[in-house]
Ligand binder design. Structure first.
Ligand code: SF4
Length: 507
């Protein structure tokens, strides 16, 4: 009988003595290293001996041949899937992105990708054929050795000792081998951290999470413009603050620019979900640009409030973060009549021309708790201050904060999917931290530090309003490579809000 997944120690299989020695030196006793011998037949025999052993997780470590042209000697390839040459079947290692990310943080060059196990040393033309099949590297043992895992967490790390440009039978063989063995040794401590993070877990999902109606609309605007007008389509600033969304739209023909002067005359330009100031709209009109506005209607509502208060002679305190695109756009509605307030201390410094005519508005993605505290300070100093007609902090921001607070109470750790420039995602991290739970912002599974996971049994998971739902799936998948994962969800409310497209795009 094999022990439960995650329990029991780490066994690392390395084919040859030199490889085993490099891994052993790196591991420093935090795992057992066994030689498998060279080639698939010996590896298969070793796997059969190991299968019913008392270890808890299996790693395969050794040198490998690079297929991808981008690889250099000493690079590490972490196998996302490992197959035998010519076989459609493969073994997947879902935690590969976690290990590859951790190796990169340790200063090593590491890529997660497919590995093919072959039964002979590969010639150059064979490697080129494999490259077409998207494998990054070849080896001669991993597919066989992985059969020993039998449901336990498993991983494969191959250090590249030769590449198509630096083949094995060439003067590069010795430097290639030295570089690969050095990388294997340096990977040892990271493999130990991977093993320490292996355990069965519960993943507690916050509901709602991920895309809001404003983000869905903004992405659809760019997609429709690409469909109707063809590429290139220029987008001023990131359409929403998420690297996955931006990369995907770039691939489909969108060009993201910081300012309008980067957009050619007469071209189509989309304004992002965060909104723009009237000055930007005028500049686009003067240039004759075909401007399509993807500003979220809830941001437009705050702009309208700013215009109204300013027209009525109020000095408007905008509670928000300096430099955020939404704040710049809103301030631009009435620059003379608006004051940016970031903290309660800023309230004390505010000097309105008429203290009886003060109003306040908020950035839509703030922490409700923090912004409420600043509004209270403002009302204390200016008791007649007028607020927005309805909450400026939008429904999506509020719902996601309530939901993350609910899961934080039950979690050992909270992961928030979102990019570093996403205001609402950062507020989710802060909300979970205020609830007393360690919380981290991650763009994807590769950002998860293995040390965060060690000793955790319940991981709370949510995503900011600009983070795609698919990223949540990728994170769960990666965690499942560290042991069985049981997923449940805490839904605090459901959302049904939808926004229509701008009239120029309605067909
Ligand atoms: S977070 Fe709120 S304001 Fe921002 S795009 Fe989404 S719905 Fe609109």
């Amino acid at each position: 009988m094999s022990p439960g997944p995650g329990s029991g120690g780490l066994v690392v299989c390395a084919p040859l003595r030199l490889e085993a020695r490099a891994v052993r030196r790196g591991l420093r006793g935090r795992g057992e290293v066994r030689r498998s011998g060279y080639g698939p037949a010996r590896a298969a025999r070793r796997a059969a001996e190991l299968r019913d052993g008392s270890f808890g997780k299996l790693a395969v470590g050794g040198v490998g041949g690079g297929i991808s042209a981008g690889l250099r000697l000493g690079d590490l390839v972490v196998g996302t899937e490992v197959s035998r040459l010519g076989s459609a079947a493969s073994v997947t290692c879902p935690s590969a992105p976690l290990l590859a990310g951790e190796l990169r943080r340790a200063g090593l060059r590491a890529t997660a990708g497919a590995i093919v196990t072959v039964d002979h040393l590969f010639r150059r033309d064979e490697r080129e054929r494999q490259a077409c099949d998207r494998a990054l590297a070849v080896d001669m043992e991993s597919a066989e050795l992985l059969t020993a895992a039998a449901g336990r967490p498993s991983i494969v790390v191959r250090a590249i000792s030769d590449t198509p440009r630096r083949p094995v039978f060439s003067p590069w063989a010795v430097p290639g081998g030295i570089a690969a063995l050095r990388s294997l040794r340096l990977a040892g401590p990271v493999l130990a951290r991977w093993a320490a993070a292996c355990a069965p877990r519960r993943v507690l999902l916050a509901g709602p999470r991920s895309f809001c109606a404003g983000v869905e609309r903004a992405i659809e605007v760019v997609e429709r413009v690409l469909e109707q007008r063809g590429s290139p389509v220029y987008v001023r600033k990131q359409i929403v603050h998420n690297t996955h969304v931006v990369t995907d739209l770039e691939r489909r023909g969108a060009i993201f620019v910081d300012e309008l002067d980067e957009v050619p005359d007469g071209a189509t330009v989309v304004f992002s979900a965060h909104g723009v100031s009237p000055a930007v709209r005028s500049a686009a009109a003067v240039r004759g640009l075909d401007a399509i506005d993807a500003t979220c209607p809830l941001v437009s509502k705050v702009h309208a409030e700013a215009r109204r208060f300013a027209a009525e002679g109020y000095q408007v305190a905008l509670i928000g973060h300096a430099g955020h695109e939404e704040v710049e756009g809103t301030l631009g509605e009435a620059p003379q009549a608006m004051t940016l307030i970031e903290t309660a201390a800023d309230v004390a410094r505010m000097e309105p021309p008429d203290p009886s005519r003060v109003a306040y508005l908020m950035q839509t993605t703030l922490s409700a708790e923090e912004a409420g505290g600043i509004a209270d300070a403002l009302l204390e100093r200016f008791p007649s201050a007028r607020g927005p007609g309805s909450d400026d902090i939008c429904y999506a921001t509020t719902n996601r904060q309530v939901a993350v607070r609910a899961i934080a109470a039950e979690s050992d750790l909270v992961l928030v999917a979102g990019s570093a420039n996403s205001s609402n995602s950062k507020r989710l991290v802060e909300t979970a931290q205020r609830a007393g739970t360690p919380a981290y912002l991650i763009d994807g599974p590769e950002d998860i530090e293995l040390g965060w996971l060690a000793g955790t049994s319940v991981v709370g998971l949510t995503a900011g309003a600009s983070a795609p739902p698919a990223v949540v799936g990728q994170i769960i998948d990666a965690l499942s490579g560290l042991g069985p994962v049981e997923v449940s969800e805490r839904v605090v409310t459901t959302e049904s809000i939808r926004f229509g497209l701008p009239k120029e795009l309605k067909q």
